[in-house]
Design a protein around this ligand. Structure first.
Ligand SMILES: Cc1cc2nc3c(=O)[nH]c(=O)nc-3n(C[C@H](O)[C@H](O)[C@H](O)COP(=O)(O)OP(=O)(O)OC[C@H]3O[C@@H](n4cnc5c(N)ncnc54)[C@H](O)[C@@H]3O)c2cc1C
Length: 395
């Protein structure tokens, strides 16, 4: 018999049912939610105000089997038997609250460690992978340069080989976790111009010649996001990760993971905004009736729900296609644009529904509104991804 119960329009109810999620995924989501509710949610407002979160969270996330997701058990991870959905649920649950840099910094090892585990030396497994997965050491993924982040082929940080060392000169900026990182997985130029001359190099931040500083003014709590400068930094050639001058392929393979995480994060934040807007519009009375009884407001909300459903339909299909070995890069690029612009629109509209109330604290829309823009820039900006899709489609 058909179920005529109206759908719950809360965070969970706003995610259309997916044919691909299993009870095992549900259990993983419940575990993540328990961690966020126990360790993160109670402190989020304080951390937001302080622009920082305590180091102990790294250890908590490691101990609870959260941050080691998908990594080899002998390195301290939870095992490699996971799929793309596990990563997506991770991002969704962390961003349910709008918890910006908590996620960015905790999840950086997903991007920075795989190239090291797959292309680094056995010594790196011991000295880098294990302590990072244990929450004892921190790693940052340092790619963007002051001269620009979109045009990877134009990077100018050089690593010149002199005997047994590379001598590194240049700088990076906007790097998540830079201020606390013990290690950097860095893109450096070891060869000629263009993509072909790039390599990945592990740089310890305590090497002479490495300096760093914070970047004030970014609108999420990220005292730890910063710039790095390299002045004649001597790095052993054994710190090379992967093949010399073939670094771009390694970087690009990490971009897909970053994009799926960004998409999942933005759609989760969108659900939170829309859920709060709906709850408020059902309560708030203006001109003698509830906000949601005004057609303009009702349409605003329906329009947001519609955009969410479209993005989730696209996400479900794309995860399925990637999981069966396809590489629809153009569609992934377009979905990231779809998801991030959906978040921007819905954060704006939800804040509009809340009116001045949004500025008085006690709601997540305000925080998400502040955090929304970065997703349209980081992990492949809107313009760059549209162009990537156009090229892939042969335009
Ligand atoms: C909070 C935060 C955290 C970050 N964390 C990291 C990190 O951990 N590691 C890291 O390496 N980087 C990080 N970044 C940097 C991020 O990856 C870059 O900001 C991004 O790649 C864009 O580079 P850019 O800011 O230098 O912009 P630019 O490349 O200078 O571009 C400026 C603008 O022009 C547009 N544009 C550029 N080229 C074209 C073109 N050909 N056609 C049309 N439009 C174009 C871009 O889309 C962008 O809107 C972070 C950024 C922020 C804000």
């Amino acid at each position: 018999m058909a179920d005529h119960t109206p759908p719950a329009l809360d965070f969970d109810g706003l995610r259309p049912p997916s044919p691909f999620l299993t009870p095992e995924h549900d259990a993983w989501r419940a575990k993540l939610r328990g961690f966020i509710d126990g360790y993160v949610a109670p402190h989020l407002d304080d951390w937001d105000a302080a622009s920082d979160f305590p180091d102990s969270l790294y250890k908590d996330a490691a101990r609870e089997g959260i941050s080691g997701m998908g990594f080899r058990e002998d390195l301290g991870g939870t095992g490699e038997n996971i799929d793309l959905w596990h990563r997506i649920l991770f991002a969704e649950e962390f961003f349910r609250m709008g918890s910006g840099v908590v996620f960015a910094d905790l999840a950086t090892p997903w991007i920075a460690l795989p190239p090291i585990i797959n292309g680094g030396t056995p010594e790196m497994l011991e000295s880098v992978a294990k302590p990072v997965l244990a929450g004892d050491k921190k790693i940052a993924f340092a790619v963007t340069e002051p001269g620009g982040g979109s045009d990877v082929s134009g990077f100018t940080t050089t690593a010149e080989r002199k005997g047994d060392v590379f001598v590194v000169n240049g700088g990076k900026t906007l790097i998540s976790g830079a201020m606390k990182a013990d290690y950097l997985l860095t893109a450096v130029r070891t060869g000629g111009p263009g993509m072909g001359g790039l390599s990945m190099l592990l740089i310890e931040t305590d090497r002479p010649g490495v300096t760093r500083g914070p970047l004030p003014g970014l609108q999420w709590y990220n005292k730890n996001n910063g710039w790095l400068k390299f002045e004649n930094v001597e790095v052993p050639v054994t710190n090379l990760v992967g093949t010399e001058n073939r670094g771009f392929a390694g970087l690009a393979s990490q971009f897909n993971i970053e994009r799926f995480s960004g998409i999942a994060a933005t759609l989760a934040m969108t659900r939170t905004c829309v859920a709060e807007a709906i709850a408020f519009a059902r309560e708030r009375q203006t001109f003698g009736k509830r906000l949601i009884d005004h057609q303009v407001m009702r349409h605003k909300i329906v329009d947001m729900v519609q955009k969410l459903k479209v993005a989730y339909a696209m996400l479900d299909i794309l995860v399925w296609r990637f999981s069966r070995g396809e590489l629809p890069v153009a569609d992934l690029a377009l979905l990231k644009v779809q998801a991030t612009t959906t978040l921007e629109h819905c954060a704006r509209e939800s804040l509009q529904v809340l009116g001045g109330r949004a500025y008085t604290g006690g709601n997540r829309v305000e925080r998400i509104y502040r955090e929304a823009r970065i997703f349209v820039i980081g992990g492949g900006s809107e313009e760059i991804l549209r162009d990537l899709a156009a090229k892939q489609m042969g335009f």
